[in-house]
Write a protein that binds this ligand. Structure first.
Ligand SMILES: NC(=O)c1ccc[n+]([C@@H]2O[C@H](COP(=O)([O-])OP(=O)(O)OC[C@H]3O[C@@H](n4cnc5c(N)ncnc54)[C@H](OP(=O)(O)O)[C@@H]3O)[C@@H](O)[C@H]2O)c1
Length: 334
């Protein structure tokens, strides 16, 4: 059983918690998942309302807090940190120092230095740490990555993935607010680059990176492209994202020497077309259960039960490396 606590009680945390605690049993042999505590950094009333809105069907009651240190003294195994990016480091570091396992929302941290500190602290304190890139744990992602590994489309030449949303400009809102760690690199590119990491970086550590961003009115990056070139593999990974438009209907293209796989969405793949040269196209229905967040939460619970400090499905080294790449591109903004 995993006993969860949540900090960062926004809209997303509500969606995530509903999916995890209502749907985790949809996966065969899932470990029991129980919410035991939530904390609002602004008011106890907000924490109480968060729990009421969840309408959980579990025997255990949920304790509510407005003090993070008191929350960390509760009987929690793992803290899910769903606060804005700029608050990730301090909330995760305190949880780790209190001996709690941590599932930390994406993007891991807003600086490479912070990412390294979190990784070292988790190891030192013997606690599990994972960045919540839920795409990595979806059965649909696994099916596509397995197809590629089976060389269905030959050797990979290029992986390109886009995650774009038309976001109304609100300078105070998290996505455009520099003080909350806004910007498309931290919000969307983390998903696009997952495809490069899963399909190319997993096969070679020899790569060079380049990238460009376009600044929004608030100064944070509103559009970005990150390219990784792998000379050993003769392949490119291209990750793009924007707040100024929507992704195309097939946002991920995996181009190989024998064919191409087109995937509908970079963050939540549910449909793919496999086109092998000289054969007719195959459409794969990859729909999954619920909203899909419970797969990552179940992996956290399983890893903790195994006594693992990270999961091989998304090692912390990769989160740290990606933050380094994003930081480099961010500093090179045009
Ligand atoms: N996996 C996904 O698909 C997905 C989707 C959306 C967002 N996210 C991630 O989830 C995280 C939260 O996103 P969101 O849109 O829910 O953010 P949000 O609404 O701006 O903030 C969530 C909550 O965090 C709490 N918080 C704690 N420290 C804070 C601080 N220093 N400043 C402001 N708020 C603070 C606030 O609640 P209290 O005042 O009650 O503490 C706030 O309501 C981000 O890291 C984002 O990248 C992931």
């Amino acid at each position: 059983m995993a006993r969860w606590g949540i900090v960062g009680l926004g809209e997303f945390a509500q969606k995530w918690a509903k999916d995890v605690f209502e749907n985790y049993k949809l996966e065969q042999n899932a470990p029991e998942q129980v919410l035991v505590a939530v904390v609002s950094t602004s008011s106890l009333a907000k924490a109480d309302q968060f729990v009421r809105d969840l309408k959980l069907n579990q025997d255990t009651s949920v304790s509510t807090f407005d003090d993070y240190n008191q929350f960390l003294e509760a009987d929690i195994d793992v803290v899910y940190v769903a606060a804005p990016n700029s608050a990730h480091f301090s909330l995760a570091k305190s949880a780790i120092d209190a001996g709690k396992h941590v599932l930390l929302e994406k993007t891991f941290t807003t600086s490479h230095e912070e990412a390294v500190i979190l990784q070292k602290s988790a190891r030192k304190n013997n606690v599990f740490l994972l960045e919540a890139v839920w795409t990595r744990f979806l059965p649909s992602t696994k099916k596509i990555w397995d197809l590629v590994d089976q060389k269905t489309i030959g050797d990979i030449i290029q992986v390109s993935a886009d995650l774009s949303h038309l976001v109304p400009y609100e300078p105070q809102q998290r996505l455009f607010n520099p003080d909350l760690g806004g910007g498309v690199l931290f919000d969307s590119i983390i998903y696009s680059i997952t495809w490069t990491f899963g399909l190319l970086r997993s096969k070679s550590s020899n790569y060079t990176t380049t990238g460009l961003t376009v600044a929004s009115k608030s100064g944070v990056d509103g559009g970005a492209t990150v390219v990784l070139a792998f000379p050993d593999l003769g392949a490119f990974g291209i990750a793009t994202g924007s707040f100024y438009g929507e992704s195309p209907p097939y946002a991920v293209t995996i181009q190989g020497s024998k064919g191409t796989i087109y995937v509908d969405r970079a963050s939540r793949p549910s449909k793919a077309i496999v086109h092998v040269h000289g054969e007719s196209e195959r459409e794969l229905d990859l729909n999954f259960e619920g909203l899909g967040y419970f797969y990552e939460a179940n992996e956290v619970a399983r890893a903790i039960k195994r006594g693992d400090l990270e999961t091989e499905l998304y090692p912390v080294d990769q989160s740290v490396e990606i933050v380094k790449i994003l930081e480099e591109i961010r500093n090179k903004s045009v």
